[in-house]
Unconditional design. Structure first.
Length: 513
């Protein structure tokens, strides 16, 4: 009875810690003064066009967003509830995995706290995207894999396969986790769990869940492959191996480095941890892919750190010398709290832009994740939450200054899904005309009618307009001091009298990146 009460108390503490994280994200979304993140506008637009696939992502996260919007509405706190819950639950599962590995309540708390203050997870939980669901799905898979090994029960493959299918319907790149996991098992003694009938049934269930998106990809000419290829060339910054490693340390929390290194040591050298060595190889293989590809996106393998934190927490918890154990627990918890204190303002919308700029300057921190958004005053993930409503207001003022006849026959066009999505979302507030864009899935939603004679062009370069219309006028300029460079100065053009058929030329305007 005492053990049962203790276990329940441990779970209650874990749940409370996870709830605090969820509440933090909801409150900062509602009261920080930052707005929607650029990608959120696009995902909201996608949720109005439900399909079995999109150019740059699978459909499941968009379906979840559509349900969320239908039930809770479009407020920042509402659409960010599910990402916050996903990351909060991931922290909870970190504690559960630590207990599965033989840790006490102390190990559970250390593991959960490490996830709560992990910078990249703070970021993922602070806005809506499919990225927030990947750690939750993968952590659940790892929990089941651990149970499979502990209980010597291959039947878990069926649930693992189903979760993997759900994961691939959320984010295509999750396939890398699955391949690395199988490879890690094949190079260790756990290879005996592979290629049995339950494994095969799990793979079949995975493919069946992914099938709707595969069919959609086939029918549309596999646009996601084109998108990923373009993103590698035009969006990601080529990064030397050392910088890839440093980014892993930074985004997993430098103050947590001793913890997950201890986790790797536990798996490779401790007798109790040797049975999980295949998961260490899984991480090493994924890290190797990052090093070879030179990816500037440190979040690509972020889901593996939950297990490493749990293993490290068990290492601290199992120190035999009581004095050393107490000192290690205190030091680990202190370091994690210091890391959280330092990085919460950097990775979540907490400080006003001018204050954040000074804070980053004091710390000597800057982050370059995408080509075209380097050396920014603020990190891209925060700077791209500024200025969007003001942009809609500027476009609205310009639109309502047109004659009544032009207003009836006008549309907004853009080459970026962020501007298009923002103008669409704020369209009713500022009584804006319909919005069309050439970027990613926006392009597949079609061109404006050939009868349209007046185009308000937002985030469209002059060279794309020159010579294609009877007249093109720069009618306004939107500025935003702390936005990323592409959004700091946006000319707004009014183009009249198109000299071409929009329906005929639309395929040439496609932009997948």
């Amino acid at each position: 009875m005492t053990q049962t009460r203790s276990a329940r108390f441990d779970l209650l503490i874990l749940a409370a810690l996870s709830f605090v994280l969820v509440l933090y994200h909801i409150l900062t979304s509602a009261f920080s003064g930052y707005g929607y993140f650029i990608d959120e506008f696009y995902y909201i637009a996608c949720s109005k066009h439900l399909a079995f696939g999109y150019v740059d992502h699978p459909p499941l996260s968009i379906f979840i967003l559509a349900v969320s919007r239908w039930v809770l509405g479009n407020s920042l706190a509402a659409i960010r509830l599910f990402p916050a819950l996903a990351i909060g639950t991931t922290a909870f599962l970190a504690g559960i995995i630590a207990r599965r590995l033989g840790g006490s309540c102390i190990a559970m708390m250390i593991a959960a706290l490490a996830v709560v203050v992990m910078p990249v997870y703070l970021l993922m939980g602070s806005f809506y995207s499919m990225n927030a669901f990947e750690p939750l799905i993968w952590t659940t898979i790892l929990y089941l894999v651990i149970r499979l090994v502990q209980e010597d029960n291959a039947r878990y493959w069926l649930a693992i396969g189903l979760l993997m299918g759900i994961g691939l319907e959320t984010k295509h790149t999750m396939v890398l986790y699955g391949v690395a996991l199988i490879a890690g098992m094949l190079v260790t003694g756990t290879r005996r769990y592979v290629w049995n009938r339950w494994f095969l049934w799990g793979m079949v269930s995975c493919v069946l869940l992914l099938l709707p998106n595969l069919i959609w990809q086939y029918l549309h000419g596999f646009p996601s492959l084109e998108f990923y290829r373009n993103a590698m060339v035009n969006k990601n910054i080529p990064t030397p191996p050392l910088n890839v490693l440093l980014a892993q340390v930074m985004f997993s929390n430098p103050f947590a480095l001793p913890l997950w290194i201890a986790g790797l040591g536990y798996i490779f050298f401790a007798p109790d941890g040797s049975r999980y060595r295949f998961l260490a190889w899984t991480y090493i293989l994924l890290l190797g892919v990052m090093l070879v590809s030179g990816s500037s996106r440190p979040d690509r393998i972020a889901a593996m750190y939950v297990f490493l934190f749990a293993a490290g927490a068990v290492t601290v918890d199992k120190l035999r010398n009581p004095s050393a154990r107490r000192a290690a627990v205190k030091l680990t918890m202190t370091l994690l709290i210091i890391g959280g204190t330092v990085f919460f303002p950097v990775f979540t919308p907490l400080l006003p832009p001018p204050v954040l700029k000074n804070y980053l300057s004091t710390l000597g921190l800057s982050f370059d994740i995408e080509i075209g958004k380097r050396n920014e005053a603020l990190p891209q993930w925060l700077a791209d939450r500024l200025g969007w409503r003001e942009l809609a207001a500027d476009v609205g003022e310009l639109y309502h200054a047109l004659s009544a006849g032009e207003q009836r026959n006008a549309v907004i066009i853009s080459t970026n899904y962020g501007e298009a999505g923002a103008l669409e979302l704020y369209g009713s507030e500022f009584s804006l005309p319909p919005v069309f864009a050439t970027h990613n899935s926006y392009h597949s939603w079609g061109p404006p009618a050939d009868s349209v004679k007046t185009f308000i062009a937002v985030f469209v370069s002059w060279r794309h307009l020159e010579g294609k219309f009877d007249s093109v006028v720069e009618a306004s300029v939107h500025t935003c001091e702390f936005c990323t460079r592409p959004q700091q100065r946006i000319p707004i053009y009014v183009a009249r009298g198109p000299r071409f058929s929009m329906a005929a030329e639309w395929p040439k305007f496609k932009s997948y990146d």
